[in-house]
Ligand binder design. Structure first.
Ligand code: DGT
Ligand code: CA
Ligand code: CA
Ligand code: ZN
Length: 611
């Protein structure tokens, strides 16, 4: 049981307690504990095993600690058992729908007996939901849409969730007797934004049964779906499946290539192989005999490995993945590019991009502090950025439209700048930009007056409301914002929340053209719940010469570590360090800012202020 699983259980309990009407104090205790566990670097499991006191973790009191210890010992929270004797556990799934919180779930359950998403769908169809107090037609429509989104995505996992599981299973496999190389393959190795299942390839010389048997004994496995001599599949409590392949050393590279995919990439490689008189499969690359006229596929016909490979002809590669690509006349292609989007041609012509790396990142340009909805002070965030080796950062608290999270009014913004200055004096080794994440209002106007915007070093803008405007209105809204002379960066441009909220509808191409004209940068938000812009969008931004910034949108110091997910997605979009603005040195970044500042002032003078 990982920290993430513990946090998930505590959150579920908090949701159910809130639906049940428990004291807000108790509910908050479990929520705080979930957040504390989630952001902890050390596994809670290890702390318990070492007999350490969990109440030493800030945010965890004695009673929650008791619950967590029981969870680790028995697999369930005793308090959750009690609560689910009174209300159905499925109510917690309702709160996974965008727009349905515990309060709405409670009303749905108490007035209509709705306990599951299916129940809710039926109640919606019968028109019962819109008549409930506090709901109405619009809310009912939103919930119906949220169900649609939920159903469309259910079954795919966010990358950080799948990664945590995969790394633990891979470490566990390395403990098995006689196991050689162990690699994560599939979409996770390609760093796709969501993961269907985890694929792991393991090297073993001989019959693989003992390795598969070790695998299916993985302590956190909930179910064993399959177990044989070369493969096995287990399911985790979250529903995530893990597929294992056990392959001999001389096939390991070919198997890793095959199971990394994508299917489209591999199909294109196979066609290339055939044209070269080769055969590529998960066992290796084979030179097809001259008199090749094989009627049946030895693999399909269940031949023994030796006979099969003899029929395929002499093996020319397979032990190492690099060798597989070499045999096909290609340099090794990074997994993030393997989507058959031109990478094979680029590899052939020696023009694969030199992809941006995490080490190239010099600063983080979106994060929040306790001045709005962040959990840490400006100084704590700045020190955390220093620890990560950054040369600069921007504090981007929300603007006033986000009243529920303490968004900054012009007055509070000015007060905040004083604190930024104080921290800057204490920490001269990192440049802290005075910034804000300014809301783009419904009509495209910005949520802070021009005189405040003018005094910011960096203006980040984003949409947080009226997501359901029609395409034209949304496009005009965003265009107006990026055309504002004060704006530097368009943050989380599509507003999507993976598995929860679809991107809002607007003309991305037109907005990118406007950004190119205005010299405005677009953000790739590195939070694994967003990863917004997508790989395809940042690729297009690159083509149009729109600079990209990769920012974490951190709300606490540990959130800064999401940067790597953003970098991976940028790599999937073929970005090099030169395409990413926050790989620049402080000096070069300030040159970019100064150029934009001059442009901004020129427009202001010419037009006597912004529209
Ligand atoms: P996912 O799990 O939906 O996020 O995506 P993948 O890419 O991990 O897909 P998965 O788990 O079904 O299969 C893993 C890899 O195995 C896939 O990327 C390529 C390979 N593979 C699976 N089925 C086929 C197939 O029918 N043909 C070929 N050439 N490769 C396949
Ligand atoms: Ca997979
Ligand atoms: Ca799979
Ligand atoms: Zn935001």
């Amino acid at each position: 049981m990982e920290n993430h699983d513990i946090a998930r259980a505590l959150t579920e309990l908090a949701d159910l307690l809130e639906i049940q009407g428990a004291s807000p104090f108790r509910v908050r205790a479990y929520r705080n504990a979930a957040a504390a566990v989630e952001s902890l670097a050390r596994p809670v499991r290890d702390m318990v095993e070492a007999g350490e006191d969990l109440t030493a973790i800030p945010g965890i009191g004695e009673s929650v600690a008791t619950q967590i210890r029981a969870l680790l010992a028995t697999g369930t929270l005793p308090r959750l058992e009690e609560v689910t004797r009174e209300i159905p556990r499925s109510l917690a799934t309702l709160t996974q729908l965008e727009g349905v919180g515990p309060k709405k779930a409670k009303v749905l359950y108490e007035s209509l007996g709705v306990a599951t998403i299916d129940d809710l769908e039926r109640a919606l169809a019968a028109g019962k939901v819109e008549d409930l107090p506090g709901f109405g037609k619009r809310t009912a429509e939103r919930i119906a849409h949220a169900i649609e989104v939920y159903r469309r995505h259910s079954g795919r996992f966010l990358i950080h969730e799948a990664e945590a599981v995969a790394e633990h299973v891979a470490a566990y496999l390395r403990e098995a007797e006689g196991v050689g190389r162990v690699e994560i393959a599939g979409s996770l190795r390609r760093r796709k934004e969501t993961i269907g299942d985890v694929d792991i390839v393991t090297e073993f010389d001989g019959d693989g049964t003992p390795v598969v048997e070790h695998f299916v004994r993985y302590p956190d496995a909930q179910d064993v779906e399959a177990a044989g001599s070369t493969k096995g599949t287990i399911t985790m409590p979250s529903g995530l499946q893990v597929d294992l392949r056990v392959v001999p050393p001389h096939s390991f590279g070919a198997a890793l290539q095959y199971f990394t995919g994508s299917k489209e990439h591999s199909v294109a490689l196979r066609i290339r192989a055939v044209r070269m008189g080769l055969r590529l499969n998960e066992w290796g690359v084979f030179r097809t005999p001259e008199d090749e006229a094989m009627e049946e596929d030895p693999e399909e016909s269940g031949w023994e490995p030796e006979a099969r490979e003899a029929a395929w002809g002499p093996r020319v590669a397979g032990e190492r993945e690099e060798g597989v690509y070499e045999a096909l006349g290609l340099v090794w292609i990074p997994p993030v590019l393997r989507e058959n989007r031109g990478e094979i041609e680029a590899a052939e012509e020696g023009r694969l991009p030199e992809l941006v790396r995490l080490e190239d990142i010099r600063g983080d340009l979106q994060m929040h502090s306790t001045w709005s909805d962040g959990k840490a002070s400006i100084e704590e965030m700045a020190r955390a950025c220093l620890e990560r080796g950054y040369a600069y950062m921007a504090i981007t608290d929300h603007s006033q439209a986000m009243a529920m999270v303490g968004g900054l009014t012009p007055e509070r913004a000015r007060e905040q700048w004083r604190e930024v200055e104080e921290v800057q004096e204490r920490l001269p080794d990192i440049r802290i930009f005075r910034s804000a994440e300014v809301d783009i209002l419904k009509d495209g106007a910005l949520d802070l007056p021009d005189d405040v915007l003018e005094e910011l070093d960096l203006v980040v803008v984003s949409v947080h409301s009226y997501f359901d405007l029609d395409r034209d209105a949304m496009t005009r809204r965003i265009l107006r914002a990026v055309r504002h002379p004060a704006v530097d960066i368009l943050a989380h441009p599509t507003g999507r929340l993976l598995n929860r909220r679809d991107p809002f509808d607007f003309d991305v191409e037109e907005v990118l053209h406007a950004c190119a004209e205005e010299g405005v940068a677009v953000e790739l938000n590195a939070n694994p719940h967003r990863l917004d812009f997508s790989d395809v969008h940042v690729h297009r931004a690159r083509e149009l010469g729109v600079p990209v910034v990769i920012s974490t949108d951190a709300h606490k110091p540990s959130g800064l570590d999401n940067m790597r997910f953003g970098v991976d997605q940028a790599r999937r979009g073929w970005l090099t360090a030169a395409d990413v603005l926050n790989t620049r040195s402080l000096e070069d970044f300030q040159t970019w800012m100064a150029a934009r500042g001059a442009e901004r002032r020129r427009v202001f003078l010419r037009e006597g202020g912004a529209a």
